[in-house]
Write a new protein. Structure first.
Ligand code: AMP
Ligand code: GLY
Length: 431
């Protein structure tokens, strides 16, 4: 099966690594990375060059295209490829608005009675400032469009909110601004596969958004994850499916924008139940790096079944284990970061049983008779370990992380910490 995979990050490396477990899969990645080049062909076409990607797909005629990042989805890549008669894993541009526009997503949530934070939309900075003067805090300010993680600012008081509004208004995505009620609770990433009618939930995951331990410092793309999340009990999962996921899939279909692909609900588990923070139209990063090593079924067959609207025909099986992923980033990230540093210990970490290293910002260069790896990105790599339980997975992941180094390498020391502390409390409480 010939598969075209769009993207170049750690998430795409994890998807490709899983796809290649099927020996019949022939992989082409665009734009790809050094790690993806080791698993197939790469074509250096950027994910937002839609006409370039369509031309590539027409030339290669893949049996399936899997679209990793959000930008090409929002720009309509799936629609163009479907118009060429090609099978695609990923939603149409209109359905991807659920991620592409926060105003669209919030209005949709209200129309379909989904639990979410109260909000107001502003088209004008002055009006937003007036509203902020009379508001109570904390509040959350959001730019409407895709802003690569820079579009959400949580403000504890008025001064911070007034500064944030100016910051957001200067972004391309900031022509419309949402001001949202702050939700307290614990965040989870809940993924389902859907072909527009059938829904298959995936094991839940938790991301770690901030750069420093104990959820301190600025937000990043994600510094670590574990899967499944012990917080998501069967009862909670039933509530999520009944009050959020099914109404969303049905609502999108009845509005004439059926959703096909991976639907990612970012949820806050509050004292009054799960509430939607955001929807994403794609796999999460780094959650996918924790999820993929647990998948027992054939990812290529699953994605093809989604693309062909026959998700009901397949079984999706998972290892009954836990995965923990620790992201290692370059010095300076999420601000301007160092690049070009030699990475040591990668092979040693990768060869540990139960460990796999997914590369996001790594460039492999042929030097003499062998490859050397250099940093080339903010989030450089993600170390995933699989074990029988969360403490085992976390320990193993950190053991492998300890083998990898480069100047200025940074990682959080507390991935999984909150869940581990809770399980300790629970264990001692039940004695
Ligand atoms: P979003 O892109 O909307 O998910 O926002 C990015 C991050 O900001 C989320 O993952 C949360 O950590 C935080 N966040 C967003 N909205 C809220 C909210 N209403 N209350 C509390 N935190 C939020
Ligand atoms: N893990 C956060 C995201 O993929 O958006």
């Amino acid at each position: 099966m010939k598969i075209l995979l769009i993207g170049s990050g750690g998430r795409e490396h994890a998807l490709a690594w899983q796809l290649k477990k099927n020996p019949r899969v022939q992989l082409i990645s665009a734009p790809g990375s050094s790690a993806l080049a080791a698993l197939g062909e790469i074509e250096q076409i950027s994910p937002d060059n839609i006409s370039g990607l369509v031309t590539l797909a027409k030339r290669k005629r893949p049996d399936l295209t899997i679209i990793g990042p959000e930008a090409p989805l929002v720009l309509g890549l799936a629609d163009h490829l479907r118009a060429e008669g090609l099978a695609v894993f990923g939603p149409s541009s209109r359905a991807a608005q659920i991620e592409g526009s926060k105003v669209f997503a919030k209005d949709f949530m209200v129309r379909h009675n989904l639990p979410t934070a109260n909000y107001a939309v502003f088209y004008d900075k002055e009006e937003a400032q007036q509203y902020l003067e009379g508001a109570s805090y904390p509040l959350v300010l959001k730019a409407d469009g895709l802003a690569q993680g820079k579009g959400v600012i949580i403000c504890g008081k008025l001064e911070a909110a007034l500064k944030a509004i100016t910051e957001l208004a200067s972004l391309e995505a900031g022509r419309r601004i949402l001001i949202e009620e702050y939700l307290a609770g614990e965040e989870i990433s809940y993924f389902v596969l859907t072909d527009g009618r059938n829904i298959v939930p995936l094991p839940s995951a938790q991301d770690h958004k901030t750069i420093y331990d104990n959820d301190c410092g600025p937000n990043t793309g994600g510094m670590g994850a574990y899967c499944p999340a012990p917080l998501v009990t069967p009862t909670l999962e039933r509530i999520i499916l009944d009050t959020i996921i099914r109404p969303t899939v049905l609502g999108l279909a009845t509005e004439g924008t059926p959703y096909s692909g991976l639907l990612y609900a970012g949820l806050m588990i509050t004292l009054s139940g799960p509430k939607v923070l955001e929807f994403n139209a794609r796999f999460g990063d780094p959650e996918t790096q924790a999820l993929m090593p647990l998948l027992k079924s054939d990812l290529a067959e699953i994605c093809l079944a989604v693309a062909q609207g026959r998700l009901n025909e397949i079984e999706v099986e998972w290892e009954n284990k836990t995965a923990a992923t620790v992201v290692m980033s370059a010095e300076g990230y999420p601000g301007p970061y160092r690049q070009g540093d030699l990475i040591t210990g990668l092979e040693e970490a990768n060869s540990q049983p139960g460990v796999v290293v997914f590369e996001a910002g790594v460039e492999r260069k042929m030097e003499g008779a062998s490859f050397n790896s250099y940093t080339k990105g903010g989030r450089v790599l993600a170390v995933t370990a699989v074990n029988d339980d969360l403490p085992g997975a976390v320990d193993l992941a950190y053991e492998a992380v300890g083998k990898i180094s480069w100047p200025g390498a940074h990682y959080r020391r507390d991935i999984g910490g909150k869940a581990l502390r809770k399980s300790l409390l629970y264990d001692s409480g039940s004695d």
